[in-house]
Write a protein that binds this ligand. Structure first.
Ligand SMILES: Cc1cc2nc3c(=O)[nH]c(=O)nc-3n(C[C@H](O)[C@H](O)[C@H](O)COP(=O)(O)OP(=O)(O)OC[C@H]3O[C@@H](n4cnc5c(N)ncnc54)[C@H](O)[C@@H]3O)c2cc1C
Length: 483
């Protein structure tokens, strides 16, 4: 089926819209060809597949604004999409085929790079890995990284308020966005790209768009905070018996390394085994097996670079002496540091390769996380015999990815369809009882929309609905997601 066949099949309103959109965007900016659309209609986890009227790829904010005005006039819903690496189905349209898939990937220019001010203004489609490389070329760095960095875009990262492995020290995306430009549901352009250190002219409106998953506006560009590149880093891999011990080790490292502690990630032995199976060339960092493995990153600027390794050695020697760990190794080179991080970043694909699982992305107060996992994992495994409850990730932020893996003998897909919802409800109830969040960093999307409505604070939900109504009265921006 070609673009013109698809146009013929569309309703009169949709046809009128597509004709005008094609005039506006030209052949490079609009396609209804099913073969070109197909890769973008299924989410990264393969959980959702939708349909779309067409895919639009505007090349500038002005073009995007004109397109949104057109959508508003014809009542066409818009599903924004960046790298499609999101974990909650937020960038996948429903199966009505009525919505326009809006790809921001072509809007990927750097508009302004002020090395001295340590700020970069880039468009929504700029890919995280390219952002890292661009900053590095000037002796700077963008202190947010995650496994999907080769696909994830600035617009997607902002819209999900992404976290990653350096939140412990630098905060999530919200802390790194200094200015923002967004196209509103009626096509107006909100433009606040020039950052001011102090600005008390009322609400900090850019915060509305951060984490709103494309439901309030379309992020078209942002000014981001950069830091000087690290002059030296040491990555440590430690083995500990329990998650409670991992938390004690975290407190020790916070005391010993202070601001230099950049990351503290945990994974159980089963996760490490899964990664080693996925990556045949990877080697286990430690010889023995341990209940839990901890990846610690400590960094230094130029002033502290010479002494970093010594400080890390003292920190780990003290940890040994205090019996806070069973074994540990320290990276001796950048290649070794990268190899340890590769293991951490391969957990998601390795877990996916292991078979069906019901996934959760939860947080509880940091100090309660070890007890939460150690209490609830046996409860889950007892309630669903044969399952394995696996937690891994950002212990230092009180956030773990909590996966319940299907019993090996069952038909995994059928099991997931049958039990998945009930397992998630059970875990989300537990998280709520423990004062936590059902979405620590992946957002709500379509995956957790019902759960947010069920468990969210009624006053908070009511405010969110009022804001949505005020900014998108026609309900055209990413319908069926978040709220
Ligand atoms: C291997 C792997 C590891 C990951 N690890 C982490 C992690 O540690 N921490 C973490 O937070 N996330 C993680 N993620 C999830 C994902 O990378 C992030 O959610 C990322 O922010 C999504 O960016 P994207 O450009 O792919 O957005 P998409 O997936 O395309 O979209 C995500 C959401 O944002 C909306 N959106 C996208 N662009 C715009 C825009 N310009 N304006 C308005 N709305 C928009 C979409 O509609 C959707 O609701 C991981 C993903 C993978 C594949």
């Amino acid at each position: 089926m070609t673009t013109s066949d698809s146009l013929t099949a569309a309703s009169t309103t949709a046809r009128a819209f597509l004709t005008e959109a094609a005039e506006l965007l030209g052949p490079r900016g609009l396609t209804a060809d099913p073969d070109l659309l197909a890769p973008w209609l299924t989410d990264w986890r393969g959980r959702y597949t939708g349909k779309a009227l067409a895919m639009a790829s505007p090349g500038s904010t002005e073009e995007l604004s004109a397109l949104v005005r057109l959508c508003a006039r014809h009542g066409i819903a818009i599903v924004p999409q960046g790298g499609n690496s999101g974990m909650s189905g937020g960038a996948t349209p429903d199966d009505s085929g009525h919505a326009l898939l809006l790809s921001l990937r072509w809007m990927n220019a750097v508009r302004h790079f002020d090395v001295e001010a340590r700020q970069i203004t880039c468009e929504a489609g700029f890919v995280l890995q390219t952002l890292h490389e661009t900053a590095e070329a000037e002796g700077l760095r963008f202190p947010l990284s995650l496994g999907g960095k080769g696909s994830a875009t600035v617009g997607g990262l902002i819209s999900t308020n992404a976290g990653g492995t350096q939140v412990l020290r630098h905060g999530s995306m919200r802390a790194l966005v200094l200015g923002l430009e967004a196209v509103l549901a009626d096509g107006q352009i909100y433009s606040m790209l020039t950052p001011l250190k102090k600005d008390n002219r009322g609400f900090d409106l850019k915060q509305l768009f951060i984490g709103s998953e494309g439901t309030l506006g379309l992020v078209s560009a942002a000014t981001l905070r950069l830091l000087p590149a690290v002059a030296e880093r040491v990555v440590i891999w430690a083995g500990v018996p329990t998650l409670v011990d991992a938390r004690k080790l975290l407190l020790h490292c916070e005391d010993a390394a202070g601001e230099a502690l950049e990351g503290f990630e945990v994974l159980p032995q089963a996760c490490l085994d899964a990664v080693l199976q996925l990556l045949p060339d990877a080697r286990a960092p430690l010889e023995g097996r341990h209940g839990w493995h901890v990846l610690i990153e400590v960094v230094a600027d130029r002033a502290g670079a010479d002494t970093l390794r010594d400080r890390c050695e003292t920190m780990m020697a003290d940890a040994f002496e205090a019996e806070l760990l069973e074994d540990a190794t320290m990276s001796a080179s950048e290649a070794q540091a990268e190899a340890m991080w590769l293991i951490r970043e391969s957990i998601s694909p390795a877990e996916r390769a292991r078979g069906p699982a019901v996934q959760h992305d939860i947080s509880v107060p940091v100090e309660k996380m070890p007890e939460f996992v150690e209490t609830t994992a046996p409860m889950i495994e007892a309630k669903w015999p044969g399952t394995e409850a696996v937690a891994f990730g950002h212990l230092g932020d009180g956030n773990v990815h909590y996966h319940v893996i299907a019993p090996s003998v069952t038909d995994g897909a059928a099991w997931q369809a049958r039990e998945g919802k009930e397992i998630s409800r059970y875990i989300h109830d537990l998280v709520t009882e423990w004062g936590g969040s059902i979405s620590a960093e992946h957002g709500i999307g379509q995956l957790k929309r019902d759960e947010l409505a069920r468990l969210g604070d009624p006053v908070a939900l009511s405010i969110m609905r009022s804001v949505k109504q005020a900014l998108d009265p026609q309900g055209l921006l990413n319908p069926g997601k978040l709220i």
